[in-house]
Design a protein around this ligand. Structure first.
Ligand code: ADP
Ligand code: MG
Length: 424
C-alpha cells in the first residue's frame, strides 16, 4: 500500500510517501524564516506559503520515490488541529488528488500522528501512555490503538513548546527557540531551585506552563546581562568567550558572562523536563499502580500556596532526591483493575526532541520497567512522514473518509468520524 502524507497544519509544508510502513521519500519546506521576523507564526502568511509550495513539493516527493500520482493508494492529510487556513490548503489538495486518482482519503489527527511516529523505528506496544509535547499542545493520552486515544490530561494555558519559545524571545533568541535553549543548557549547570515545577501540587494530570514562563521572564528582567549574553551567542562572539575559557587565556572583559546564560537555560530545561516527568509518572501510577520498589505513598502536606515544589526541592539533599518526592501523584484514584496496564511510555512532538526531556522520561521508564518509545529528534517536530505513517496505519485497519472530511482548527476536538472501507 502506497500512502502519501500531507502536513500543512502550521508553518511546515511537508509531504512523504510510505509503502507498507516503510518511508520511501519525504520533502519539507519550513517557513521559519518567513515568520522569524514577527516572533511567531502569522496565519495568513502561512497559508499563502503552503499554497505556493504544495504542488511543487508533491511533484518532488513523487520524483524522489520514482512513482506517479496514479500509484498512490491512500492520501492521508493532517486535518487538525492547526491553523484553519493552513489546514484547508492541504485538505483541498488531498481531496483533489484522491478524487482524480481514486485513492482512499484519510483525515489524520495531527496530534495522534506525532505519537504514532514513535512506532516508525520501534514496535508500538498498546496500550501505551503517550505524552504529546509540542508548540501548541501538552497532552497525556492513553493510547489504545492508532485510532483510539482517550485524553487523560491537557495544558490549561501555555504549552511546553510555547514556554520555550517565549523565554527564547525574552532573551532575544530567534524563533522557535526551544532547540537553542536545549543546546545552550547543555553547556551549563542545573540549579534545581531556580524555577518552580508549575501546577504539580494538585491531584490532576493537567499542565500549566504560564507560571514557569513568567518566572523565567522575571529572571531575565532581573539580569539584563543574560540578554547581552544571548546576543553574543546569536552573533557568534560567545564562541571566543568559550574558547578563552577552554584554552585558559584571559576572557575578553567586554563580553558578558555566558556561563550565567548557560546555567539559566540548563535550569529552565530541567524544570520543564521534571514537570513533564512528574505528571507522566502520576498518570502511570494511576494506570498501573505504584512503580516497582516505590516507597509507600507519603501523606500529602498542606501548602499555603500551590504550584511551587521548588521549595520542596530546595529542602531536599539533592535534586535527584527532590524529584520523585515532588510528585504528589500517589494520592490519586486507584488503578482500574478492568483496564489493561500500559505496556510502554511514548513521547512525541517538538519538545520531545529536548535532551533533558528525553533523559527525564528515560529515567522514569527505567524505574517503571517499561520501554520508552521516542521518535528520532527530526521526527519530533512537524513532518510529513508522521502523517503518511499514521495514514498507512489507519488505512490498514480499513478506515478512511469521504470528501465531506472537515478541517478542524485549534481548540476544537477532532471527531472520530471514520468510515469503514475494505482494507486497501
Ligand atoms: P506544533 O505542531 O505545535 O507546531 P511541533 O511539534 O512542530 O509543534 O514542535 C515545535 C515546538 O517544539 C516549538 O515550540 C519548538 O521550540 C519546540 N522544540 C523543538 N526542538 C526543541 C528542543 N530540542 N527543546 C525544546 N523545545 C524544542
Ligand atoms: Mg505538531
Amino acid at each position: 500500500m502506497l500512502c502519501l502524507g500531507i502536513e500543512t497544519s502550521c508553518d511546515e509544508t511537508a509531504l512523504a510517501l510510505v509503502r507498507d510502513g516503510v518511508v520511501i521519500a519525504d520533502v519539507m519546506s519550513s517557513q521559519a524564516d518567513v515568520h522569524a521576523l514577527f516572533g511567531g507564526v502569522v496565519p495568513e502568511l502561512a497559508s499563502r506559503e503552503h499554497y505556493r509550495l504544495i504542488g511543487a513539493l508533491c511533484d518532488e516527493v513523487l520524483r524522489r520515490a520514482g512513482v506517479t500520482a496514479a500509484d498512490i493508494d491512500v492520501v492521508a492529510v493532517a486535518r487538525g488541529p492547526g491553523l484553519l487556513g493552513s489546514l484547508l490548503v492541504g485538505m483541498g489538495f488531498a481531496k483533489g488528488l484522491a478524487l482524480t486518482t481514486g485513492a482512499r482519503l484519510v483525515g489524520v489527527n495531527h496530534l495522534h500522528a506525532h505519537l504514532l511516529a514513535a512506532g516508525i523505528a520501534a514496535e508500538m506496544a498498546y496500550p501505551a501512555l503517550g505524552l504529546l509535547v509540542s508548540g501548541g499542545h501538552t497532552h497525556i493520552y492513553r493510547m489504545e490503538s492508532p485510532r483510539h486515544m482517550p485524553l487523560l490530561g491537557r495544558t490549561l494555558d501555555d504549552a511546553a513548546g510555547e514556554a520555550f519559545d517565549k523565554v527564547a524571545k525574552q532573551l532575544g533568541l530567534a524563533y522557535p527557540g526551544g532547540r537553542t535553549i536545549d543546546e545552550l543548557g547543555r553547556k551549563g549547570r542545573v540549579n534545581p531551585t531556580m524555577f518552580p515545577r508549575p501546577y504539580v501540587d494538585n491531584d490532576n494530570l493537567d499542565f500549566s506552563f504560564s507560571g514557569l514562563k513568567t518566572a523565567a521572564g522575571l529572571v531575565v528582567q532581573a539580569n539584563p546581562a543574560l540578554i547581552k549574553a544571548a546576543r553574543a551567542v546569536a552573533t557568534g562572539s560567545a564562541l571566543s568567550a568559550d574558547a578563552s575559557h577552554v584554552d585558559g587565556t584571559e576572557p575578553d572583559s567586554a563580553l558578558p558572562d555566558i556561563s550565567d546564560l548557560y546555567d539559566m537555560c540548563a535550569s529552565f530545561n530541567h524544570a520543564v523536563a521534571d514537570t513533564l516527568r512528574i505528571k507522566l509518572e502520576r498518570a502511570l501510577v494511576r494506570e498501573n499502580g505504584p512503580l516497582p520498589g516505590a516507597p509507600a505513598a507519603p501523606a500529602r502536606k498542606k501548602r499555603k500556596k500551590s504550584g511551587m515544589v521548588a521549595v520542596a526541592a530546595a529542602q531536599a539533599a539533592s535534586p535527584e532526591q527532590a524529584a520523585p518526592a515532588a510528585d504528589a501523584g500517589q494520592g490519586g484514584p486507584a488503578p482500574n483493575p478492568h483496564r489493561a496496564p500500559v505496556r510502554a511510555l511514548v513521547a512525541a512532538g517538538g519538545v520531545a526532541a529536548n535532551s533533558y526531556v528525553r533523559e527525564a522520561l528515560g529515567d522514569l521508564a527505567r524505574r517503571a520497567g517499561l520501554p520508552l518509545l521516542l521518535p528520532s529528534p527530526a521526527l519530533c517536530t512537524d513532518n510529513g512522514i508522521m502523517v503518511a505513517h499514521a495514514g498507512w496505519r489507519l488505512a490498514s485497519l480499513g478506515l478512511g473518509h469521504g470528501l465531506a472530511l472537515e478541517a478542524i482548527p485549534r481548540g476544537r476536538s477532532i471527531p472520530d468520524d471514520f468510515t469503514m472501507f475494505r482494507s486497501v
